[in-house]
Design a protein around this ligand. Structure first.
Ligand SMILES: [Zn+2]
Length: 337
């Protein structure tokens, strides 16, 4: 993913630090009425297991960098498809030859697991599974052209979603769920590239899926994208493209997090605007999609010091953050009806 702030400061609006007024009243709106028909206490939300998610992240890291056109990438793709199958999903493997910023032809693979595929009431959950071929933000110039392990940036979102898949098999929610592992998200133009900077060199897998979904006439109510959701002390400020195009769903997710006691991870404050898979899900399929992505207001890049460096390793990961994200996700999807 790419922080648009780095490209153009003018694109960033002033972050309004409006203090959030917590509102206990249930005013108007169709959704409030639906909720009343089925009291929250009756909805059994499974308990997210952060140890399990952690193991799924470790398993991906053990393959090494999952850069397209490498053996590790191929092996990890097989592993992910096998895991989704093991957890009872109908699995689609979408193979595509995609052109990178430097005209490298990437043998890419989107991996999709569908639950309750016949239901027309669907929510899509996504993350990218590839890791970046360059540590272009590493402080050490000797490392900048080497691939990153991509543990938080890539594997964390996939790990949380594999644990969600495991839960979906044990207890089905009322709706259909699609888990999408997008490929070739992080092959975008590196900082050291001398040529033109092109925004659409990121998110190649989701751009492909947006043009050719895994099933024809695909639709979902909305999507949730996880990106860098495992970092210690992560803060998921409200990403601005999501807020503009999927504001209602964003509010639902952040409200759920606060209700569950994870408010510290989900500040109800504006983050920045990010080029990530959710942009193409919305632009190409018109499905509103919320990006839950770490935003570090203190850092230079906005994402955290590990971002696109050799430091994006298992050491970055904290189970408490995985718990906050995973439990919030389960709460939201099990309350859909
Ligand atoms: Zn990245």
């Amino acid at each position: 993913m790419w922080n648009r702030k780095i490209v153009s400061w003018t694109a960033v609006s002033v972050a309004f630090l409006v203090s959030v007024i917590s509102c206990g009243s249930k005013s108007g709106g169709g959704e409030a009425n639906v909720e009343e028909k089925r009291p929250k206490s009756e909805v059994q939300v499974p308990a997210f297991n952060a140890d399990s998610a952690y193991q799924f992240i470790q398993a991906q890291a053990d393959f090494g960098p999952r850069v397209p056109n490498t053996a590790a990438h191929g092996a990890c793709g097989d592993y992910l498809a096998a895991q989704l199958e093991r957890f009872g999903a109908q699995v689609y493997n979408q193979q595509a030859d995609l052109m990178a910023f430097d005209n490298t032809l990437l043998k890419a693979r989107n991996i999709i697991g569908a639950y309750n595929p016949d239901s027309r009431k669907r929510v899509m959950l996504c993350a990218h599974w590839d890791s970046r071929p360059f540590a272009d933000y590493d402080k050490d110039p000797a490392k900048q052209r080497k691939p990153i392990l991509g543990v938080n940036d890539g594997a964390s979102g996939v790990g949380v979603l594999l644990e969600v898949a495991r839960q979906l098999q044990q207890q089905a929610p009322a709706i259909g769920i699609d888990i999408l592992f997008f490929d070739a998200e992080d092959y975008g133009t590196p900082a050291f590239h001398k040529g033109e900077y092109k925004e659409n060199t990121w998110c190649l897998g989701s751009q492909y899926w947006g043009r050719v979904p895994h099933v024809s006439n695909y639709n979902a109510r909305y999507g949730i994208l996880l990106d860098m959701v495992g970092g210690k002390g992560a803060t998921f400020y409200q990403e601005l493209f999501s807020k503009r195009t999927a504001g209602k769903q964003m509010k639902k997710i952040w409200d759920a997090a606060h209700q569950l006691g994870f408010g510290q991870y989900f500040p109800k404050r504006d983050g920045t605007e990010v080029t990530d898979d959710h942009v193409y899900v919305y632009q190409l399929q018109k499905i509103p999609c919320v990006d839950i992505i770490n935003y570090d207001p203190e850092g230079d890049t906005g994402f955290g010091d590990f971002w696109h460096t050799s430091g994006d390793t298992m050491e970055v990961i904290d189970r408490a953050t995985l718990q906050a994200v995973g439990q919030t996700l389960l709460y939201v999807i099990y309350h859909e009806e």
